[in-house]
Design a protein around this ligand. Structure first.
Ligand code: ASP
Length: 316
């Protein structure tokens, strides 16, 4: 039987980064090496079957934009629809990987694997981590039964719903918090601990139509994140309201608690028709709803993912 393709989409990041010296792991420029070059440097890439390669973007993911998200979602949807494609691997910077992963899961709801991978060291490093991460991501994309958007870094598979960057420097920079990882990749073999992210029936199709339109118009809803902390006030919220913000996510303390001054401003914003959502600053756990809550919680989503969710809801 003819083996199916895995599509590798390049978007930039440290995995495609270049430094002047091989011993420099931090003073590099991200998104310099083309995806074809990155793939060509790994002889084992084609061992398990054919790959198709496409450069969708070439950016440092700290600068991720709605335009690139729309392009990427479009290409992912295009390739997912092809019967000769088994799965997709996306090389991506680590900084906003969790946002892109959650965005793609929500918008594309893939019944095939879409695997984001990355690196903490540039391609020019003495011992770069990108090539192994890319090989591991390919193993996941070729795994029978795999589906949904996942991230693969340092031999660990994370669900798009739970993954967060938790370290600034170490190679194993991601965590799934108290949900735990989906599994591991060991010498090309996938050891699955829990189920793949499942497609949830809902707004995906509606959202993708809007995204196609909005990619042309560059008009996305304005959703911002504010944080609660000691000495917080309502000033940031008031300033955002004058700028026409449509949605606000608050990174609350603990189990969704808010400084009273910030809370008053958020309640006023909500009363004026702005959508407000409470997520938590804590890395583990979720905001547990209580009777009488006046501001809705994020249903377990981190602040940045709650923002993506709110963006998509406003698009609907
Ligand atoms: N700034 C880089 C990026 O997110 C960091 C990385 O890839 O590790 O593109």
């Amino acid at each position: 039987m003819k083996r199916q393709n895995i599509v590798i989409l390049g978007t930039g990041g440290t995995i495609a980064g270049r430094a002047v010296s091989t011993s420099d792991n931090i003073g590099y420029t991200a998104a310099q090496v083309g995806i074809d070059q990155l793939v060509a440097a790994i002889p084992a890439v084609g061992d398990a079957g054919p790959v198709l390669i496409e450069q969708v973007a070439q950016i440092d993911s700290k600068d991720m934009s709605f335009t690139v998200w729309a392009q990427l979602a479009g290409r992912v949807n295009h390739f997912l629809a092809r019967p000769d494609v088994q799965g997709i691997v996306i090389t991506h910077g680590t900084d906003t990987l969790e946002e892109t992963a959650y965005f793609l899961q929500r918008v594309c709801q893939p019944g095939k694997p879409v695997v984001l991978t990355c690196a903490m060291r540039p391609a020019t490093a003495l011992a770069p981590d990108g090539p192994q991460n890319l090989l591991d991501a390919l193993s996941v994309a070729r795994q029978p039964g795999a589906q949904g958007v996942v991230a693969v870094c340092a031999g660990t598979i994370h669900s798009a719903l739970d993954v967060q960057k938790v370290h600034t420097y170490q190679l194993d920079a991601f965590s799934s918090g108290d949900a735990g990882p989906l599994g591991y990749v060991e010498e090309g073999a996938v050891r699955l601990l829990r189920n793949w992210p499942l497609a949830i029936e809902g707004r995906a199709k509606v959202a993708i139509n809007h995204i196609a339109d909005l990619a042309r118009l560059t008009e996305w809803p304005r959703v911002e994140i504010v944080m609660s902390y000691a000495g917080a006030s309502g000033m940031v919220v008031e300033a955002l309201l004058t700028q026409g913000v449509q949605g606000l996510v608050v990174a609350a303390t603990g189990n969704g608690t808010l400084h009273h001054a910030l809370e008053a401003a958020l309640l006023k914003a909500q009363a004026s028709g702005i959508k407000v959502v409470r997520a938590t600053r804590c890395l583990n756990g979720r905001v547990l709803p209580k009777p009488g809550d006046t501001l809705p919680d994020s249903n377990g989503l981190s602040p940045v993912k709650a923002r993506v969710d709110l963006l998509l809801r406003l698009l609907d």
